[in-house]
Design a protein around this ligand. Structure first.
Ligand code: NAD
Ligand code: USQ
Length: 406
């Protein structure tokens, strides 16, 4: 384990929901943190006319307050990583990071399915950010450990009667002479949205650069993150983390907690039979720390961790939130194309072996999120709550089954 402090860590996407608390956590541990972010997530809020439920502060304020509170400086560059390759390379050459943590992608599945424009943006943005980072690491000649935030959704949400392994699948093939040979391959991908598809493509980019240039890469297949604040973001209200609740960016458990807190019916898609993997935001930041402290060796293949602590069925979460808060449940038609029901069993022993003590869903933590939502309920725009982005044309209201308009 590499616990050496004072690493130089560049956080790509450090203004976002996972990136901001991670930046503070790593800075608090004594690392020198520099953020690169083009603030595109804030611009998407402008486009959608939606806002974080919590009043997140401009980047300048966030950084000033963190310095006041902790005595630590965090650097910041506003760069579009997907489009400004030479600026990215310049920052790498100037800052010479030991580690890059890569959160900088368009991460909403519904946003990625909204229209052809949104599909193209998500593909261009996500694949180019990942490729530019890898290419710049090679060009810089520096031995940088890249830690990337991937998703559990690369596997799809089914099981072949076994736990989903951490990235690699053991297989047996039969040679021409009939000999049985054991191999390991990347677990077959099965994305459920354009967004998730970009994450499966990221895996190939990692595989190639790792094989060709020996880049040290850790890919974290993360489940749905819930909660809002961490130890560091709670230190001052101006450090508060983002809380998305709108139909495109709000994720299921935070949406349910927010909906119950503001008296809006809890929106279960279909029968709520979908089972998904979850992790609390405080564990997200801890997992990134553990990934940084346990880098792969120079010649090692891409290291893959399943970054999740538990699985839950959507309907069970709705019932739990309803029980705690008294909120009413509404079963709404599902705007997505996904299995109505699925089982999900996931291996996560790698992080446990590195010392993660998982925070699992408990009433106290759920109530903590509810309290945050109640505190800022006055900022909620109820018209932004319904999930309106559909996966196919046929699902759009007013579009006939054929998908062809007369
Ligand atoms: P977010 O949208 O809140 O943050 C992403 C940040 O990246 C934003 O601040 C955005 O401005 C920045 N960014 C995007 N494109 C950029 C570009 N071209 N140049 C510079 N900056 C850019 O998302 P998040 O919830 O913090 O997720 C971070 C990562 O974790 C994503 O890659 C996502 O796929 C992954 N992840 C998130 C969740 C979750 O539940 N939130 C779960 C699993 C995996
Ligand atoms: N759902 C509801 N009601 C809602 C919102 C969602 O029933 O109001 C359902 C969806 O239909 C889906 C499930 O809840 O079956 C999860 O939806 P989500 O929006 O919480 O999660 P998802 O779209 O999968 O995406 C989120 C993050 C993404 C990350 C992924 C991890 O936005 O960045 O990669 O979680 S995972 O799901 O494990 O692939």
């Amino acid at each position: 384990m590499d616990t050496g402090l004072n690493k130089k860590i560049v956080i790509l996407g450090g203004d976002g929901f996972c990136g901001w608390p991670t930046s503070l956590h790593l800075s608090n541990l004594g690392h020198e943190v520099v953020i690169i972010d083009n603030l595109s997530r804030r611009n998407i809020d402008n486009e959608l006319e939606a806002e974080s439920l919590t009043p997140i502060q401009p980047m300048g304020t966030r950084l000033k307050v963190w310095e006041e509170v902790s005595g630590n400086k965090i650097g910041f560059y506003n760069i579009d990583i997907a489009n400004d390759y030479s600026e990215l390379l310049k920052v790498m050459n100037d800052e010479k990071p030991d580690v890059i943590v890569h959160f900088a992608e368009q991460r909403s599945a519904p946003y990625s399915m909204k229209s052809p424009k949104h599909k193209c943006y998500t593909v261009n943005n996500n694949l180019n950010t990942t490729h530019n980072v890898l290419c710049a690491i090679v060009e810089s000649g520096l031995d940088i450990h890249l830690v990337h935030l991937g998703t559990m959704g690369v596997y799809g949400y089914g099981t072949a009667g076994m736990k989903i392994p951490e990235g690699y699948l053991d297989i047996e093939v039969k040679s021409e002479t009939g000999e049985r040979l054991n191999q390991q391959i990347l677990y077959p991908t099965n994305p459920g949205s354009i967004y998730h598809m970009t994450k499966t493509q990221d895996q190939l980019l990692f595989h190639f650069y790792n094989k060709n240039d020996n880049i040290r890469i850790t890919d974290l297949h993360q489940g749905i993150v819930w909660g809002t604040n961490t130890k560091e973001t709670s230190l001052d209200e101006r450090l508060i983390n983002r809380f998305d609740y709108d139909g495109d960016y709000g994720t299921v458990l935070n949406r349910f907690l927010m909906q119950a807190a503001v008296g809006y019916p809890i929106t279960v898609h279909g029968t709520g039979g979908q089972t998904r993997a979850f992790i609390h935001i405080q564990d997200t930041v801890r997992c990134i720390q553990l990934a940084i402290e346990n880098p792969p060796a120079r010649e090692e293949r891409v290291m893959i961790f399943n970054q999740m602590t538990e699985t839950h069925r959507v309907n069970d979460l709705a019932k739990l939130v309803s029980k705690i808060t008294g909120g009413e449940i509404a079963y709404v038609s599902n705007p997505r194309k996904e299995a109505a029901e699925n089982e999900l069993h996931v291996e996560n022993s790698l992080f446990l072996s590195k010392g993660l003590e998982p925070i699992t869903l408990n009433t106290g933590l759920l109530q903590e999120v509810t309290k945050v939502a109640e505190k800022y309920a006055y900022r909620a725009d109820y018209s932004k709550i319904p999930a309106k982005s559909t996966w196919t044309k046929q699902q759009q209201p007013g579009i006939p089954e054929s998908g062809v308009l007369n």
